[in-house]
Design a protein around this ligand. Structure first.
Ligand code: NAG
Ligand code: NAG
Length: 307
């Protein structure tokens, strides 16, 4: 009886331990499993082919859904995103969105991608366009100490059809940090920026204050330091020094060329037999070949000297 009880107690403890381990494992797994996946990366659009890369450090099999949002001239204040049926819950990392864009009124669509794992959805990653086209503006940046100019063109079809209701939205900030949103119809210069920092900008078209198409992919420029750039005084000084140097050189060359020639003359006198020594056609006679009769190759020269 006693023996039995000891046995049963032992097995009870064992069972409890087992149950505890299973519960612990389940808690850990569910805690891990409840984390939604990280969003896809590098969501790029080129010729209406959308491509992206899986989130890093993700080992499970993911699916992706591409969502689009169209511009409908009336400003609603909220974006309405809809799944693109041909690009929903697929394991591919690319999608052809040509038809989607064609469906919209302006032929453009804002696009984003979410990653999915067992019913959990990541935060969306907004697509940017690698190329300027009718939905994405042409942008270039130029940096100067403390400032960055975003060059934009007013020469696009939106301005033709919508005049002042069309513009650009510029997203700008230090690389990897929070961005600031600025609306502008023409090129703009940002001042009082931190020197020695890289600033990045993305630009998209807006119509009636609402994004029309994907913004450009980020372009970055390093804001140079003021010290690195020459100030006008230094430039004038350098030009003056150069001018004086040129004048001195010209004076010396013109009035003292004789002296210079004398200075440059080497202490060397031409030997009397110089003319005989001069045309030594060494390359035509191989020194490794010990055929002395091959001296004939210098014969024409000797003939010239003696004649
Ligand atoms: C995308 O689809 C359109 C129309 O279905 C087609 O014309 C185009 O060639 C496709 N593009 C790519 C990159 O597959
Ligand atoms: C335009 O859009 C921006 C950001 O989406 C918002 O902050 C701003 O209030 C809007 N302006 C108008 C006039 O609707």
């Amino acid at each position: 009886m006693r023996q039995k009880c000891l046995e049963c107690r032992y097995s009870l403890i064992n069972e409890a331990r087992m149950i505890f381990m299973v519960l612990l494992a389940q808690t850990v797994l569910s805690a891990l499993g409840e984390e939604p996946p990280a969003p896809p990366q590098d969501v790029h659009l080129q010729n209406w082919l959308l491509t992206w890369t899986p989130p890093p450090e993700e080992t499970a099999e993911l699916t992706y859904t591409v969502q689009s949002s169209f511009h409908d001239d009336a400003w609603k204040g909220i974006d309405t995103w809809k799944d693109i049926p041909t690009c929903a819950h697929r394991s591919f990392t690319s999608c052809n969105v040509t038809l989607t864009a064609a469906e919209s009124r302006h032929g453009c669509a804002m696009l984003r991608v979410v990653a999915e794992r067992r019913g959990l959805t990541s935060k969306p990653a907004l697509a940017c366009s690698l190329r300027a086209d009718s939905c994405t503006p042409e942008v270039s940046l130029s940096a100067r100490p403390g400032s960055l100019t975003v060059h934009l063109s007013r020469d696009h079809r939106l301005v033709e059809s919508h005049a002042d209701h069309a513009g650009h939205r510029v997203y700008v900030g230090i690389e990897g940090e929070e961005v600031e949103e600025l609306d502008s119809t023409s090129s703009l210069t940002l001042r009082q920026l931190q020197e020695g920092q890289r600033y990045c900008a993305q630009v998209g078209f807006i119509l009636y204050n609402k994004s029309l198409g994907p913004p450009t992919c980020p372009k970055c420029e390093l804001i140079p330091n003021k010290d690195a750039e020459m100030n006008p005084g230094v430039i004038v000084g350098a030009v003056l020094v150069l001018f004086v140097l040129i004048m001195v050189t010209m004076y010396v060359l013109i009035y003292h060329s004789g002296k210079i020639k004398r200075w440059l003359r080497l202490p060397y006198t031409i030997p009397d037999d110089f003319r005989m020594l001069q045309p030594l056609p060494i390359p035509t006679c191989s020194p490794t070949e010990e055929h002395f009769e091959e001296i004939t190759c210098v014969t024409p020269v000797e003939g010239e000297v003696t004649s």
